[in-house]
Every structure is written in structure tokens, then in C-alpha cells.
Design a protein around this ligand. Structure first.
Ligand SMILES: CC(C)(COP(=O)(O)OP(=O)(O)OC[C@H]1O[C@@H](n2cnc3c(N)ncnc32)[C@H](O)[C@@H]1OP(=O)(O)O)[C@@H](O)C(=O)NCCC(=O)NCCS
Length: 160
């Protein structure tokens, strides 16, 4: 992510995603109010410096056909060599296999950054996310109403 693709990403988020799927909660009027849009920009700008910056997070815009359609990120965990991932796509880009393709790219980027493990957390009522994680070789376990996923980068990714 950088300043150039931030406005396109915000346009996709505002038109095709729920705030709670794409950014942390903020004290602002419901929906894509001006205050929430500014908080969305600040949230992404805070991670422009990547894994060694203040948020320890690297964010990537997901592009399809040259257009920004979503975002995937990795955030350093306490455990050395481990990052946590999360992602979202605009509604019109879902259900086409882009999520798994983007996660595979993220796993490659994490390995290139020297990571050994990528973890993720979702909920049992998110079949799209669970399927994407499975397709990328994640081991899944349910824990207190959450689904926790672990992908080991030492082993080869399953073929698509
Ligand atoms: C989760 C997400 C990134 C998945 O990406 P995607 O590109 O849509 O995933 P895919 O196209 O590979 O679809 C995944 C699978 O889930 C299925 N699926 C997707 N949404 C579904 C739904 N609402 N109900 C049932 N199945 C669903 C698809 O049919 C597909 O099935 P398959 O693997 O058998 O082919 C995307 O749906 C999204 O952005 N969701 C909103 C944000 C979110 O939940 N992020 C994850 C938080 S942990």
C-alpha cells in the first residue's frame, strides 16, 4: 500500500465492504462517514513503513485486471518468525478465487521476509475465509468460538 492506491482502496471499501471488515472500530457516525473515511486513511498510512515500522504491519493492495479490489496484510507477532494475516475483497471481487491467490502471494512475501509461520484468525461463520485458508494449506483449530489457522512456510504450498 502507498499513497497512490489508498484512494482507490477507500473507494472500493466504501462502495463494496462493511467498515468492520476493513478497519478497526472508530468513534464516528455509522456507515462511511467523513470521519470514518479519514480514519481509514490514517489506519493505512500508519503501516506505510512496513514490518519494522510502528504498526509492524505490511499491507498490500490486491489488484485484478489492473484495478484495486481489496487488501491483504501481515503483522509481526511476539513469536519471532511469525506474522498474522488478514484480508478483504470488495463484494464484486469475492467468490472468484482471488482470496486464495492473494493469500498465496502473501505467503511468498512472508517467506521472502524471513518468516517461518503465518497465522490467521476467523470465525466459524465465515466459510469464505475458512475455504481460502484450507486451500493455502492451513491447519485449522476451533478455540473459544474462533477458528485459528497456522501455515508453515517450511513446507511447499499445495498446488492450486
Ligand atoms: C474471505 C474472502 C477474502 C474470501 O475470498 P474469495 O476470493 O471470495 O474466496 P474464494 O473465491 O476462494 O471463495 C472461497 C470459497 O468460499 C465459498 N464462499 C464464499 N462466500 C461464501 C458464503 N457466503 N457462503 C458459502 N460459501 C462461500 C466460495 O464458494 C468458495 O468455495 P470453494 O473454495 O469451494 O470454491 C472474501 O470473501 C472477503 O473479503 N470477505 C469479507 C472480509 C472477510 O471476511 N475477511 C476475512 C476475515 S478473517
Amino acid at each position: 500500500m502507498d499513497e497512490r492506491n489508498l484512494e482507490p482502496l477507500l473507494s472500493v471499501a466504501a462502495a463494496e465492504a462493511e467498515p468492520e471488515d476493513v478497519m478497526p472500530p472508530v468513534d464516528a457516525p455509522a456507515g462511511w462517514s467523513l470521519a470514518r473515511r479519514e480514519a481509514f486513511r490514517d489506519f493505512h498510512r500508519a503501516s506505510f513503513t512496513g514490518l519494522d515500522g510502528p504498526t509492524r504491519t505490511r499491507m498490500y493492495a490486491i489488484l485484478a485486471g489492473g484495478e484495486v479490489v481489496g487488501m491483504v496484510r501481515m503483522t509481526r507477532c511476539e513469536q519471532p518468525g511469525t506474522v498474522e494475516t488478514g484480508m478483504w475483497l470488495g463484494r464484486s471481487a469475492r467468490g472468484q478465487g482471488l482470496g486464495a491467490a492473494a493469500l498465496r502471494e502473501l505467503l511468498n512475501a512472508a517467506a521472502a521476509a524471513g518468516m517461518r509461520t503465518v497465522v490467521a484468525e476467523t470465525t466459524p461463520d465465515n466459510p469464505g475465509a475458512i475455504s481460502v485458508l484450507r486451500k493455502c494449506g492451513a491447519r485449522l483449530r476451533e478455540d473459544g468460538g474462533k477458528v485459528r489457522a497456522e501455515m508453515c512456510l517450511d513446507s511447499a504450498l499445495p498446488a492450486l
